[in-house]
Design a protein around this ligand. Structure first.
Ligand SMILES: Cc1cc2nc3c(=O)[nH]c(=O)nc-3n(C[C@H](O)[C@H](O)[C@H](O)COP(=O)(O)O)c2cc1C
Ligand code: SF4
Length: 415
C-alpha cells in the first residue's frame, strides 16, 4: 500500500500560511541561509546532482537551466528569475495548493534560484483568477522584506534581491514561457520564436531563468537537506516527488504528493480510494489537455518522465483525469480540441485554421461519415502537420490527445 511522501506539502495543515514565524519554526529560510554561505556555482552543482527536473510539464533539468542562464551573456548588467505561476493546464491545481498553503516555500526557492544565477530581480507571473494565491504570496513577500530575506544585503550576505508579482489575464498560451515573458513585459500574449531561449534572451532581453512554482518549492529543501537526501525519493532518472492532481471517477479526488515511479493503479487504489462506486476503469488523461490518453494496459507502468515517454505517454503537469467505462473518450477529446481552438492566439495559419478544422472533423464522427476510421486517421495526420508547421508549442499540443485517443480507443471513436 503506497502512501504519500510529502516534502513540498509537508507544512500544509500544520502551519498558518500567513505567518512567517510559523514557516521559520518549521525550518523555513534555513535553505536560504545555507545557500548564502555557498558560492552560486556550488548551488547549481548541488541542483545538478540532485537531479531535480522541471515540474511545469517538460521535465527539463533545473540545474542545467540554472547553469545555462548563469553562463549566458556575462556582460549583461541584469539577469532575472521568472516564476511561472500561471497554472493554466486543465486538471492541474498543484501550484495553487503551494501558493495558498505554504507561499514562503516557493518564495524561498525563488530567492535561492536568483542567488544561484546572480539575478537581483524576480517576477512571479501569477494567474489573475488565483486571488487567494495572489494575496498570500503578496503577504509572504512583504514579510520576507521585513525579516531581511528580501531587499538589500540579504542577511548581511551582500546579495540584493527584489520580488514582484505580475498578473496574468487567464490565457493558456501565456503559461508558455516565451509568451509569458511577452505578457510580463506588458505586450499582447503572442509567442516568440525559439531560439533564443529565455536563458539567452528572456524578459527585457536579459538572461532569464523560468521555473514553475512546484520546481522552486523543491529548491530550499534540496539545499537545506542535500542532494543525497533528495535522491532517496523517486527513481535514478526521475528523482524526488511529484504532486499529482486527480479528478474524475475516483472516490477521493484531490492532490497527492508521491515519489516519482508510482503507478497509476497505486495512485487510484491506494491514495484515491479506488474507482468511484467500484466502476471499472476505462481510461485516464495524463498531463491535462496537452496530455495523453492511456488505457488499462498502462495501469502498472511507473509514472516517471522517461518511462511514460518511452511508452508514448506523458507525465506533464501531473494532472490525472480518470474515466470509467460509462465515460466517453470522444467527449473528452472533443473538449480538449475545442480548448486548443479557443486558446490558439491566431498568429499562425496551421494552428489557427487547423485547430478549427480538427474540431469540425471530429464532430463529423457523430454527425455521420462513411469511413470513420479514415477520418480518425486524417485527424491524426492533421495534428502531426499542425505540430510540425506551427510557430509555438501550443500547435504541438493537439497531437498528444489525438494520437493517443486513436491508439487506444479507435474502436470507440469509430462506433
Ligand atoms: C501552451 C503551454 C502552456 C504552459 N503552461 C504552463 C503553466 O501554466 N505553468 C507552468 O509552470 N508551465 C507551463 N508551461 C511550460 C513552460 O513553458 C515552461 O516549460 C515551464 O514554466 C518551465 O519551468 P520548469 O522547468 O520549472 O518546469 C506551458 C507550456 C505550454 C507549451
Ligand atoms: S501555434 Fe497557435 S498559439 Fe502558437 S503562434 Fe501559432 S496560432 Fe498562436
Amino acid at each position: 500500500m503506497i502512501k504519500e511522501t510529502r516534502i513540498t506539502l509537508k507544512n500544509i495543515g500544520t502551519i498558518n500560511p500567513e505567518s512567517i514565524d510559523d514557516y521559520i519554526s518549521a525550518g523555513g529560510y534555513e535553505g536560504l541561509k545555507k545557500a548564502l554561505t555557498m558560492k552560486p556555482f556550488s548551488i547549481i552543482d548541488e541542483m545538478l546532482e540532485a537531479g531535480l527536473r522541471g515540474r511545469g510539464g517538460a521535465g527539463f533539468s533545473t540545474g542545467m537551466k540554472q547553469k545555462f542562464t548563469s553562463k549566458s551573456c556575462q556582460e549583461c548588467p541584469q539577469r532575472y528569475v521568472v516564476v511561472n505561476a500561471d497554472e493554466g493546464e486543465p486538471g492541474t491545481f498543484k501550484d495553487r495548493v503551494i501558493m495558498e498553503q505554504d507561499p514562503h516555500l516557493y518564495l524561498e526557492g525563488t530567492i535561492i534560484a536568483a542567488y544561484s544565477i546572480r539575478a537581483t530581480k524576480a517576477f512571479i507571473y501569477l494567474r489573475g483568477e488565483y486571488t487567494d494565491s495572489i494575496a498570500r504570496t503578496q503577504k509572504a513577500i512583504e514579510d520576507a522584506y521585513s525579516h531581511g530575506f528580501l531587499g538589500k544585503n540579504i542577511l548581511d550576505s551582500g546579495f540584493d534581491c527584489d520580488v514582484e508579482i505580475r498578473l496574468g489575464a487567464g490565457s493558456y498560451l501565456c503559461g508558455e514561457e516565451l509568451t509569458m515573458l511577452e505578457s510580463l513585459e506588458g505586450k499582447r500574449g503572442n509567442p516568440r520564436i525559439k531560439p533564443p531561449f529565455p536563458a539567452e534572451k528572456g524578459v527585457f532581453g536579459a538572461p532569464t531563468l523560468v521555473n514553475n512554482v512546484e520546481t522552486l518549492a523543491n529548491v530550499p529543501l534540496i539545499i537545506r537537506n542535500g542532494k543525497e537526501w533528495y535522491r532517496q525519493f523517486g527513481t535514478e532518472r526521475s528523482p524526488g516527488t511529484k504532486i499529482f492532481t486527480v479528478s474524475g471517477q475516483v472516490n477521493k479526488p484531490g492532490y497527492y504528493e508521491v515519489e516519482l515511479g508510482i503507478t497509476l493503479r497505486q495512485l487510484i487504489d491506494d491514495l484515491c480510494g479506488g474507482m468511484l462506486e467500484g466502476k471499472p476503469f476505462k481510461a485516464a488523461l495524463l498531463g491535462g489537455a496537452a496530455g495523453t490518453f492511456v488505457d488499462a494496459s498502462m495501469l502498472d507502468e511507473k509514472m516517471t518522465y522517461d518511462n511514460l515517454k518511452e511508452k508514448g505517454a506523458t507525465l506533464g503537469s501531473g494532472a490525472v483525469i480518470v474515466m470509467a467505462e460509462e465515460d466517453s473518450v470522444y467527449e473528452i477529446l472533443h473538449s480538449c480540441l475545442r480548448f486548443f481552438k479557443h486558446e490558439s492566439c491566431g498568429k499562425c495559419v496551421p494552428c489557427r485554421v487547423g485547430t478549427t478544422l480538427m474540431v469540425k472533423d471530429l464532430e463529423k464522427l457523430k454527425n455521420g461519415v462513411a469511413d470513420k476510421e479514415a477520418l480518425v486517421q486524417k485527424l491524426v495526420k492533421d495534428s502531426r502537420m499542425i505540430a510540425s508547421t506551427s510557430l509555438c508549442p501550443l500547435g504541438q499540443s493537439p497531437i498528444l490527445p489525438m494520437e493517443s485517443a486513436a491508439r487506444y480507443f479507435m474502436k470507440e471513436l469509430t462506433l
